[in-house]
Design a binder for this molecule. Structure first.
Ligand code: HEC
Ligand code: HEC
Ligand code: HEC
Length: 108
């Protein structure tokens, strides 16, 4: 019985490794252009903070492709909101839009 459990665990581990291998090579960072000023997304730092858990963002919030424009910061808001995992968006525009030249108007 104990052997069976160990075997099951080993099979589960291998299955997990295969699932990870199907993920594409993650980028170090991505730059999104926007009318509000370019946004640098620190992909590697975000992955580390999620302990390598790709599924937090893929494919739920975004595809594993930067070919399509983001269109909005809505997905970022999943964590970047009051009471969320990260600094909220209102009042923190420059932390994502460091090149914003004029006083920002309203959040998108
Ligand atoms: C905190 C959220 C988040 C996590 C966690 C995350 N990603 Fe991403 N990833 C993104 C965003 C945002 C994009 C850009 C999507 C877009 O442009 O539509 C992206 C894009 C990508 C791309 C496309 C890059 C390109 O140049 O086309 C790959 C590949 C990728 N991620 C792989 C991974 C892998 C592998 C993991 C897990 C190890 C992972 N991501 C975890 C947010 C995340
Ligand atoms: C899964 C949750 C999550 C998502 C989704 C997410 N972030 Fe973050 N982000 C964090 C956390 C956690 C931090 C670090 C804590 C903090 O600075 O408040 C962070 C920090 C940052 C920083 C500061 C630099 C750094 O990496 O420490 C920037 C810039 C940033 N995020 C931009 C974005 C953008 C742009 C998006 C959407 C494309 C996004 N984040 C989506 C969780 C997330
Ligand atoms: C967590 C990071 C983050 C914060 C904080 C943030 N933004 Fe953004 N913003 C983004 C991302 C990502 C996009 C979409 C870029 C794209 O379309 O690829 C965006 C897009 C925009 C756009 C362009 C919308 C459009 O329709 O083209 C404007 C304007 C903007 N932001 C203003 C602001 C203002 C004002 C604030 C502060 C109240 C703010 N942003 C805070 C990440 C952020």
């Amino acid at each position: 019985m104990r052997y069976a459990i160990a075997l099951l665990a080993a099979v589960t581990l291998v299955g997990g490794a295969v699932a990870v291998a199907q993920d594409r090579k993650p980028p170090e960072k991505l730059v999104f252009q926007s009318k509000g000023g370019d946004v640098t997304f620190t992909h590697a730092a975000h992955v580390n903070r999620e302990k390598g858990e790709c599924a937090t963002c893929h494919e739920k919030l975004w595809p594993q492709s930067a070919k399509e424009p983001l269109k909005s910061s809505e997905g970022c808001r999943a964590c970047h909101q009051a009471g969320g995992k990260a600094f909220e968006m209102p009042g923190n525009c420059v932390r994502c839009h460091p090149t914003v030249s004029s006083p920002p108007r309203t959040a998108p």
